[in-house]
Design a protein around this ligand. Structure first.
Ligand code: 5GP
Length: 174
């Protein structure tokens, strides 16, 4: 069986959308100190680009999360593998997520961070698969809505592969 990657979103399309999101976030958070919380591992590429598209002084922190094993189905169980390095009490937090699929991971993270007394918690996701939603979560800043396909690249993996692809693709087998 051979494996082929088909481009769903090109590097250029992603870059253009990230610039727009950065401009929107810059407008809305001007005068309000912002903490970007990058959800590892999948969001590291998106967060790096998004942070550079935001023209404000931001603090960046990382939250390590595991919600998938080696298969492509979520278990609904979210395990924290690495916690934030500093408190977020009184801060405006923007959770940066690669993809919202069932919504279980991001809902869990919003609840977790809210217990720590931030002034606000919002969500910025590169991708959203509404077809698979199991819980309604407000995505305040969204890159793209996509069909129910398992995607890789731009930080997203399949069994830890493909994270370094500069675009978002779908694996096809033939
Ligand atoms: P949720 O809890 O919303 O179902 O899943 C969120 C997490 O599942 C994402 O952060 C991502 O790690 C993983 N995930 C969901 N859909 C995909 C997909 O199409 N491709 C990859 N590589 N990971 C996905």
């Amino acid at each position: 069986m051979t494996e082929r990657l088909v481009t769903l979103l090109s590097a250029e399309e992603i870059a253009a959308r990230v610039r727009e999101l950065g401009a929107e976030i810059t407008r809305e958070y001007t005068g309000r100190p912002l903490v970007l919380v990058c959800v590892l591992k999948g969001s590291f590429v998106f967060a790096a680009d998004l942070a550079r598209a935001i023209d404000l002084p931001v603090r960046i922190d990382f939250l390590g999360v595991r919600s998938y094993g080696v298969d492509t189905e979520t278990s609904g169980v979210v395990q924290i593998t690495q916690d934030l390095s500093r408190p977020i009490e009184g801060e405006h937090v923007l959770l940066v997520e690669d993809i919202v699929d069932t919504g279980l991971t991001i809902a869990h993270l919003i609840n977790l961070l809210r217990t720590r007394g931030p002034t606000s918690v919002r969500v910025c996701a590169l991708l959203h698969k509404p077809a698979r939603a199991r819980i309604q979560v407000k995505i305040d800043y969204l890159g793209f809505t996509i069909e129910d396909r398992f995607v890789v690249g731009f930080g997203l993996d399949f069994a830890e592969r493909y994270r370094n692809l500069p675009y978002i693709g779908v694996i096809e087998h033939s």
